[in-house]
Design a protein around this ligand. Structure first.
Ligand code: GTP
Ligand code: MG
Length: 202
């Protein structure tokens, strides 16, 4: 899919104030610092559409980006950010879960996980939550530039094994690197197919 336009629309912490049109949307979710905002910039080929930072906790609101005037990419705050206070964490988590509960326009969530780490309970729990809530999701492995191909293969295999303990099949997954421009066509192609209604169940 070709990106003809990509524009920031709005940020807020209240799902009720998100865009009201019914355009399909795709949300990037995952731990703080996993690379959600960087991936939005990579797949749209816009260097600083979404704000990124080396320090976790950069994205603190629900951010809507309108792509090709036709669908939205949504950048969400990360979960599991240890350095915010417990009460802030609760508020964050509340509006993230509210987003997933209430946003009917959401076609597919992309759960981002850092390819360098073994499967982490917090990510597995989040995917469990998505599955139980009936929200279609895919996995996006990030930062693939940090590992050699064999290590990537091993880490994906670890993930498959652990997912198959609770799921019938491994969800669809993508291997990406925002710094090396890896996985862009695959992710965009998949979104394009979903937009065209070519895939019934994401
Ligand atoms: P929060 O907004 O805090 O939840 O983080 P985020 O998930 O949006 O992460 P962000 O995109 O801000 O990136 C975090 C850090 O990881 C930044 O220093 C990025 O440059 C780096 N980063 C993101 N993607 C990649 C990647 O594919 N490869 C490498 N090497 N670094 C990356
Ligand atoms: Mg971010």
């Amino acid at each position: 899919m070709k990106i003809k336009s990509a524009e920031f629309v709005l940020s807020n912490s209240d799902v009720a104030k998100c865009p009201k049109d019914m355009l399909p949307e795709y949300a990037f979710i995952g731990r703080s610092n996993v690379g959600k905002s960087s991936l939005i910039n990579m797949i749209t080929s816009r260097k600083s559409l979404a704000k990124t930072s080396g320090r976790p906790g950069k994205t603190q609101l629900i951010n809507h980006f309108l792509i090709n005037k036709d669908w939205y990419l949504v950048d969400l705050p990360g979960y599991g950010y240890a350095k915010v206070s417990k009460s802030t964490k609760k508020v964050f988590q509340k509006f993230i879960t509210k987003y997933f509960q209430e946003r009917e326009q959401l076609v597919c969530a992309f759960a981002l996980v850092d390819i360098r780490h073994k499967p982490q309970p917090i990510d597995l729990e989040f995917m469990q939550y998505l599955g139980e809530a009936g929200i279609p999701f895919c996995i996006i492995f990030t930062k693939a530039d940090k590992l050699k191909p064999k290590a990537i293969e091993n880490h994906v295999e670890d993930y498959k094994n652990i997912m198959l303990e609770t799921w019938e099949e491994m969800p669809k997954y993508f291997i990406t690197s925002s710094s090396k421009d890896i996985g862009k066509e695959e992710v965009l192609g998949y979104i394009g197919e979903l937009n065209d209604g070519m895939i019934e169940d994401a």
